[in-house]
Design a protein around this ligand. Structure first.
Ligand SMILES: [Zn+2]
Length: 215
């Protein structure tokens, strides 16, 4: 089942649970304002988290080719709910298939496996979103490298170390600063960065004792 449909099914269950909460509040003779407000707030938080965390950008084909680190590809695969086994080539191939299948969508829904398997009972109609961000220029998103952008990067997007005044790679962790900076400007990029940063910092902690605290 597609993540979007799975979330639809999951949301129905969530709304039902929310209504049970309302029923319990009525049963406990709560003030009628609270009986309405509490379930409404729960629902709003649910929708906010759902949209914020699980509605992410589709990384287009040409951008997937720019990822040179197998770990990045693996993280992306896991975010999209694709298989994370295999070598760099297999991971990239999987992502390219995904990007081609979602060519017309700027955003896509992703869902953890638990939601996907739970959602198989109910079907929701899907309406693909039209692309809203198409004309950005090469790094990711087809943007050009710029020394102005590079010089504006003070901390490594991956490990958080101070960036050297010249050079485009982090001297601590070896990250391509501009590449990851631009990546971090997207929602899916933030997800990739936070997972990557965690593993890189874990590795660095053993190798380099003088690191700032993780954010
Ligand atoms: Zn770094």
């Amino acid at each position: 089942m597609e993540p979007k449909q799975a979330w639809g099914a999951f949301s129905i269950i969530f709304v039902l649970a929310d209504m049970i909460v309302a029923a319990i509040l009525i049963d406990l003779e709560f003030d009628s304002l609270l009986v309405v407000a509490i379930p409404a707030i729960i629902l709003l938080i649910y929708l906010y988290v759902l949209y914020k965390r699980y509605h992410v950008e589709v990384v287009p084909e040409q951008d997937i080719m720019l990822f040179e680190d197998a770990d990045d590809l693996r993280i992306l695969c896991s975010i999209y709910g694709l298989g994370t086994s295999g070598e760099e080539d297999e991971l990239r191939e999987r992502l390219l298939d995904f990007a081609r299948a979602n060519r017309d969508n700027a955003f896509t829904w992703v869902a953890p496996r638990a939601v996907l398997s739970l959602g198989s009972a109910l079907e929701m109609p899907s309406t693909p979103r039209k692309s809203t961000s198409s004309s950005r220029q090469p790094l990711l998103g087809g943007r050009m490298r710029s020394s102005a952008r590079l010089s504006g990067i003070d901390d490594c997007p991956i490990c958080g170390s101070k960036v050297p005044r010249k050079g485009w790679v982090c001297t601590e962790c070896g990250a391509d600063l501009e590449f990851y900076f631009v990546l971090g400007e997207t929602k899916i990029g933030k997800l990739v960065l936070s997972e990557k940063a965690e593993s890189v910092r874990r590795k660095l902690r053993y190798e380099v004792p003088t690191l700032r605290e993780p954010r």
